[in-house]
Design a protein around this ligand. Structure first.
Ligand SMILES: C[S@@+](CC[C@H](N)C(=O)[O-])C[C@H]1O[C@@H](n2cnc3c(N)ncnc32)[C@H](O)[C@@H]1O
Length: 457
């Protein structure tokens, strides 16, 4: 069905899903580009495009399981276009109650035809109509007899990730995380700590008036969740640099990096783009300390620059530098090194669902090796008595607790309690010992890991 402007919304979703099948850009970026390009569409059409694209990505394993019950050919053996059309149709039938099943089927058939798959029209129609007829009596894996498969299908998570989490966290916590990763993630903003109390009040009133409904976050009094996820850049205060979009887990990393120190004159972030934590640190250190934000990517370094300029932070400088290359000029020069390193990203699957299909056990091992190379250099930059904070946005012991243990046993550092930098709700014996694993569904934040080390004198 076309919109008033002659745009076929399902056609746009199909093209994005095909692009993702080819392994191009991440879904969230692809979607953002398409929504920006078609910004003139009606709000309802844009919401449909977003939900259908995200929904198919979030539920792909479950959709394929259902399709497998009604199609003679396995979904992964179908032509990519047919596979994507079937997943889109099945998602609408199973999860979008306001779309009549007949519309989901008919539109899939029309798209198959218009994309030159006339001979498969009958197949698409047959499979989708059977799902529509059988959706209330679907057979699911048995929870008791095959727990891994059950969790994998019901929460659309690859079996190897489910198995790893069941081993590390047990059934109850794993199910909580799996559930939370399918729920809509709120947008959180961090108010600049340089705005006055009056400006803060005026900003919150203006955000409320334009429907963004800011609600203070339970963990930090300068963090607010918004009841709006689109058009953040056009909200009052954004252009003036009064706030930045950032998840609270990421804010906690900077809190831990700076907590309990009398002074921090120089903070170095070795993998800083797009700048969330480095910019937060510069905001905190404004007038007393400076930040150098490095990244390997010139394009991403530009993003840090752009964000820092918007926030008016002259105490932050940006450098393009490969963190695997040692920089002798930085040796023992830094009060606090932030090592927020590339990782598998399993803690932010709720925001970037395609991560779960891209990450493999092999890629975990590769990224863990890269983290060690970067940590070995980062260690060298810390002054005696200075601090190194290691963080990742993942939930995987090999990249988290095991890396922290490896670092403490190979370099002259000791783990230091994180409790000064964390809200009470996140403190436990592990955080007292210097490590914190935030888990979606358990904590009100994305999945994140933080470890804090002090360099021996
Ligand atoms: C997890 S992100 C950092 C997020 C950032 N700290 C923030 O708070 O916005 C990891 C970053 O590391 C960068 N990166 C990857 N390999 C790198 C390397 N060898 N040297 C420096 N930066 C690297 C990536 O470009 C990416 O921007």
């Amino acid at each position: 069905m076309k919109t008033e402007n002659g745009v076929n919304t399902r056609g746009l979703v199909l093209d994005m899903l095909l692009e993702l099948e080819r392994g191009g850009e991440y879904g969230n970026l692809l979607l953002k580009n398409v929504l920006d390009k078609y910004d003139y569409l009606d709000g309802r059409d844009k919401a449909f495009i977003k939900r259908l694209t995200e929904g198919v990505l979030e539920r792909r394993i479950q959709l394929d399981y259902v399709l497998g019950q009604f199609s003679k050919s396995p979904v992964n053996k179908c032509k990519p276009l047919i596979r994507c059309l079937l997943r889109m149709g099945a998602y609408q039938i199973l999860f979008m109650d306001y779309i009549p099943d007949s519309a989901a089927c008919n539109e899939a058939v029309k798209l198959a035809e218009s994309r030159h798959f006339h001979q498969l029209k009958g197949f698409v129609n047959g499979v989708l109509r059977s799902i529509s007829r059988g959706k209330d009596t679907l057979a699911w894996p048995d929870r008791e007899r095959e727990a891994v498969r059950y969790f994998s299908v019901m929460y659309s998570m690859p079996e190897w990730i489910v198995r790893m989490w069941l081993t590390d966290y047990g059934g109850k916590v794993t199910e909580c995380m799996l559930q939370a990763l399918l729920e809509p993630r709120p947008v959180t903003i961090r108010l600049s700590q340089r705005i006055s109390a009056q400006e803060k009040e005026a900003l919150l009133t203006a955000l409320e008036e334009c429907g963004a409904h800011p609600v203070v976050h339970p963990y930090l009094d300068y963090a607010y969740t918004l009841g709006k996820t689109e058009g953040i850049a056009s909200l009052p205060g954004f252009e003036k640099g009064q706030f930045a979009v950032q998840d609270v887990s990421s804010m906690l990393v900077t809190e831990c990096a700076l907590a309990g120190r009398d002074s921090t004159q120089f903070l170095l972030d070795v993998c800083a783009a797009p700048g969330g934590k480095a910019i937060h640190a510069a905001d905190r250190l404004y007038g007393s300390g400076r930040v150098q934000a490095r990244d390997i990517s010139g394009y991403k370094a530009g993003l840090i620059q752009e964000n820092a300029r918007r926030m008016g932070l002259e105490n932050l400088e940006v450098r393009i530098w490969d963190a695997t290359v040692p920089d002798e000029s930085m040796k023992e020069k830094v009060d606090v090194v932030l090592a927020d390193l590339p990782c598998s990203g399993l803690g932010v699957i709720g925001r970037k669902p395609d991560i779960k299909y891209r990450v493999t056990l092999e890629s975990l091992q590769e990224v863990a090796a890269l983290q060690r190379r970067i940590l070995a250099n980062a260690a060298m930059y810390v002054k005696p008595g200075g601090r190194l904070v290691y963080s990742t946005c993942t939930i995987n012991k090999a990249e988290n607790e095991e890396q922290a243990a490896w670092f403490a046993s190979h370099f002259p550092f000791t783990l230091q309690s994180l409790n000064n930098g964390l809200p009470e709700a996140c403190r436990n014996a592990e955080t007292e010992a210097g490590m914190c694993q935030l888990l979606p569904g358990i904590h009100a934040a994305d999945g994140f890991f933080i470890a804090c080390f002090v360099r021996k004198e």
